[in-house]
Write a protein that binds this ligand. Structure first.
Ligand code: AMP
Ligand code: ZN
Ligand code: FE
Ligand code: FE
Length: 281
């Protein structure tokens, strides 16, 4: 059971890396991808929690924006965590999330919602990459909405008037940086249209030219016709196909292992990294 996309309290998940690895072991997962938003800060704890028979594919989910302003999430797996270029890119991305959050809080406040930046910081685990789910948690705590899901549905989607983007690399720059750090790049949930505008399938060839290795296809935010279309794109461009849960703990319905990657696809993806970096206890 191979689940290559999950989140912890190092970003906007609700389980610590330790708890995530233990839940994955109980769920029978054999390869777990750890992909917190714009950070590798959960890696060490996950490695210390790992024991047979689980292997870890350490990585990060990098928020990017196309030149047309479309949000694209790029999974980087199996890169060298000590690589200074990728760490600088992740650190810049985390930094820009703070002024972005302040702007979102100001927009909500100016419409009369009870929320302050201090509330959001209080809802964010120490050291975590700041994200909209933390704003959602603060809105729940203040009684504005009942759940993360309601906060997103009512106030925080990408096309909401309260949504603000943050400065991020383009998908091509993120891919090149992942590859230069020895890792593999997989575009996350590229057709998740309920999150807002999505890229057109014609730009996949540009991403492949930048070094893209794979497409996450089996993901709860993709319909069956979107999966069929993406399988055609993957076949045409000879890309690896992955499936994953995008587990976030209690914050979202996604359950560990609900979507999986085929072992042959994983074997191929792993072979594309510059060296063997899977953590096998
Ligand atoms: P951000 O990175 O700050 O733009 O926040 C995006 C994150 O919000 C993504 O990781 C999503 O997993 C999460 N998200 C999107 N929709 C929902 C939802 N309905 N409930 C909980 N989390 C969500
Ligand atoms: Zn998330
Ligand atoms: Fe994502
Ligand atoms: Fe994710």
């Amino acid at each position: 059971m191979i689940d290559l996309h999950t989140h912890t309290t190092a970003s906007d998940g609700t389980d610590s890396p330790f708890a995530l690895v233990n839940k994955a072991l109980s769920a029978g997962i054999t390869v777990l991808g750890l992909t917190d938003h714009d950070t590798t800060s959960g890696w060490a704890e996950a490695v210390s929690a790992a024991r047979k028979p689980i292997s870890l594919a350490l990585g990060a989910e990098i928020s990017t924006l196309t030149e047309d302003g479309i949000s694209v999430h790029m999974l980087g797996l199996l890169f060298d965590g000590e690589n200074s270029e990728i760490q600088a890119m992740l650190s810049d991305a985390r930094d820009t999330r703070i002024p972005r959050m302040k702007k979102m809080v100001e927009l909500l406040r100016s419409d009369g919602f009870a929320i302050t930046m201090e509330d959001v910081i209080a809802a964010t685990p120490e050291g975590a990459t700041l994200g909209r789910p933390h704003l959602a948690d603060a809105l729940v705590k203040n009684g504005v909405v009942k759940s993360r899901d309601e906060a997103f549905a009512e106030l925080l989607t990408n096309d909401s008037k309260y949504y603000v983007t943050h400065a991020t690399p383009t998908p091509e720059v993120a891919i090149r940086t992942i590859v230069a750090a020895g890792g593999v790049a997989v575009i996350a949930h590229p057709m998740a249209s309920r999150r807002g505008d999505v890229i057109s399938t014609s730009i996949f060839s540009d991403l492949v030219a930048a070094g893209l290795h794979g497409i996450e296809i089996d993901h709860r935010d993709h319909t069956s016709s979107e999966r069929t279309e993406l399988r055609q794109v993957a076949a045409e461009l000879n890309l690896v196909i992955t499936g994953a849960s995008d587990y976030h703990g209690q914050g979202k319905l996604n359950s560990l292992g609900e979507n999986l990657t085929d072992p042959a696809q994983w074997e191929r993806l792993e072979s594309l990294a510059s060296q063997r970096r899977v953590v096998t206890p």
